[in-house]
Design a protein around this ligand. Sequence first.
Ligand SMILES: Cc1ncc(COP(=O)(O)O)c(C=O)c1O
Length: 456
Amino acid sequence: MINLRNIPDDKTSLDAYEVEHNFQSWSYQPTQSPLRVVSAKGVRFTTEDGRERLDFSSCFVSHNIGHQDPRVIEAITEQANTLCSFAPSMSTRPRALLAKMLAEVTPGDLSRSFISLGGTEANEAAVKICHQFTGRRKIVARYRSYHGGTATSMSLSAGDPRNWAQVLGGAELVRAPNPYCYRCATGQQYPNCNLYCVEHVDEIIELEGGGEKVAGIIVEPVTGAMGIIVPPPEYFPRLREICDKWGVLLIADEVMSGFGRTGKWFAVDHWDVVPDIMTMAKGLSGAYVPLGATIVRKHIGDRFQEQFFSHGATYAGHALACAAATAVIPIYQEDNLIENSEKMGTYLLEQAMELKDKHPSVGDVRGLGLFVGLELVKNKKTREPIKALNAKIKSGMNPKLEVAKKLGALGMMAMAANPGNVIAMAPALIVTKDEIDEGIGIMDKALEVADAYADK
Ligand SMILES: Cc1ncc(COP(=O)(O)O)c(C=O)c1O
């Protein structure tokens, strides 16, 4: 074995280690090392070549408050100097404080949290709580969803090609449609559609055994990775009614849409709906330290005073991660970031609409807050997609990846590696009008690559 304190770390060596020793997520393994990031600040990051770039994705919609905020670094440092972590059977100050903060910022009587390490774990916990609380097995999950990479969360991620390579997960699953008005499953047009997408959920639950068999339904309030799908305003209140009718638990996966991303603390707040269980990660700690949480309504939490809570993890409620979150969450409030997301989001959407008018490859633009997507098409009139959904799991390039590559060459990162045909723009909530103009300018140039594939 080589001396582990003296491993060569020059550029060539690091490049070789990346290629030979790391797996990269959701991809054919690259034969060249990806660009190395050396620092980041606010909405920008710098790569090893010395070039400063614009982060218009907040790193998969996680760095909601921007990179390297000194207030968070100080809190992490202070906690690290005091107590990095301890067994989850004991309390720590940051874990207790974080649980209280989550009860404050989430809607209604959501009040008891299980604190984990990321979004997929938060959803695994949600499904287990749902099963334990109801004593039923079936979970309804919607097509065009992404709920995470571990076995159960991945199997919930219906219609995401990443799940096609999937082995079994731990839930008995039933599929439902997404409220995807641009490509309505029944070919209707909102508002003259009787909201079939949500009415059908009522029928699905009945057909699957109603309140005797169906435990819960999991939804992204604004679908993220699978295409920035914003539901019509009637959707969530009606879904809540349907869940109440059957005693089925409503699980809102706010991993991407939470913490100000859509211009409210949580996306469900747009429709004044209180889910039974809410999951979160990403913006929870602003991605400074890995963290996820599953929060439940009071009566669900109380049940586990009489019933064994059958879930846990060594790092549950990790002190360092909780300390980061307790520094991040007040920043949303103090710096008016939720309001900025709403204001800048409106501006970003307006600017994106102009891109749609200009580019033959942009078929639809939609979004809420700083969560805006451009759907690429081959033909605007027929809405023929610019690439097939399975392009994500085929090797080689496709038009959307070419746009992503062009964005990289122009010095910007957007969220373009996800499976659908949507390129998402989701800058940190601190973004300014000038930075949005800069990002839109770069996107405008990169879209020329997609236009080459589109019918004029
Ligand atoms: C809506 C949603 N849920 C869950 C996850 C999984 O989160 P993580 O990658 O932290 O496991 C993601 C990740 O992108 C997500 O977008």
